[in-house]
Design a protein around this ligand. Sequence first.
Ligand SMILES: O=C(COP(=O)(O)O)[C@H](O)[C@H](O)COP(=O)(O)O
Length: 321
Amino acid sequence: MDPHIRVRPEVRRVADDIGTMEIRGAAKIADAAASALRTQAVESEAETPETFRAELRAAARALHDTRPTAVSLPNALRYVLHGMEGATVEDLRSNTVAAADRFCDRLERSQTDLGAVGANRLKDGDRIMTHCHSTAVLACVEAAVEQGKELTAIVKETRPRNQGHITAERLHELGVPVTLIVDSAARRYLNDVDHVMVGADSIAADGSVINKIGTSGLAVNARDRGTPVVVAAQTFKLHPGTLTGQSVDIEMRDESEIISPEEKAAIGDPTVVNPAFDVTPPRYIDAIVTERGQFPPESIVMLMRELFGEQTTEPWLESGQ
Ligand SMILES: O=C(COP(=O)(O)O)[C@H](O)[C@H](O)COP(=O)(O)O
């Protein structure tokens, strides 16, 4: 690589934090990635527009190559890089910073707007069941609580990393009483809940939802029990590549999240697999709640066409870099 192209240490740190899940959850990853590109733009010592652009693309690549499933990450990078316009370094810098600020601002507003839509589905006295930790689901709950509705929640612990514990803590902070269950107890309690509410890492053009492993089994069981499944997700979770036939890459994580080398050896050294996400087909989902309103999953393709229009190439893969 050209020695003049320098990715700032802060960008590398954010990329590491995303890879190790210090920063996790699709919305937080998008926010951190856009903010890291902003830092790259502010701190860049590039002397020519070409070097500046190449640095931003290199920073975007470093961030992009951390986790494969949450499309919020490439969508955030794409948004900021599309804003990188100008003929001088200073113009490029200020336009990139403005684009990053716009993205983070929209992210925050969309979460609030989505919360208001999702809260309309919740009635006073309702009980929800959640899986993993989704800031979008929590935005719906928070808005409902602000409207004076009293809710309770059954929270799945979400093995192997127990993100359900974060959800339990946040719900407690919102004043929502929580019952924590192991993942395999979900079916037993589905008769006791009014809604299953989950977030999304990516939504495909056919309305399939990609979210934390275990979401699809939960949704199938909920359909069997007649419990509605609501997915809360801002529109930057829509995966533009799926419009042109791409499939969503499911992240496989290290087996050490599941079992230690000693435990593994003691039980005969089995093969261990650790997929982080799964795909829930649209027929198991009742509604996708976004900042633009709620949609049946089958109609999400119309919204995608409106938002993404013609496909473009990934800006961090532009030729020559
Ligand atoms: O699957 C996860 C997090 O997985 P991980 O912990 O592996 O990143 C969350 O449900 C979605 O990212 C939505 O979250 P949000 O609604 O906050 O975007």
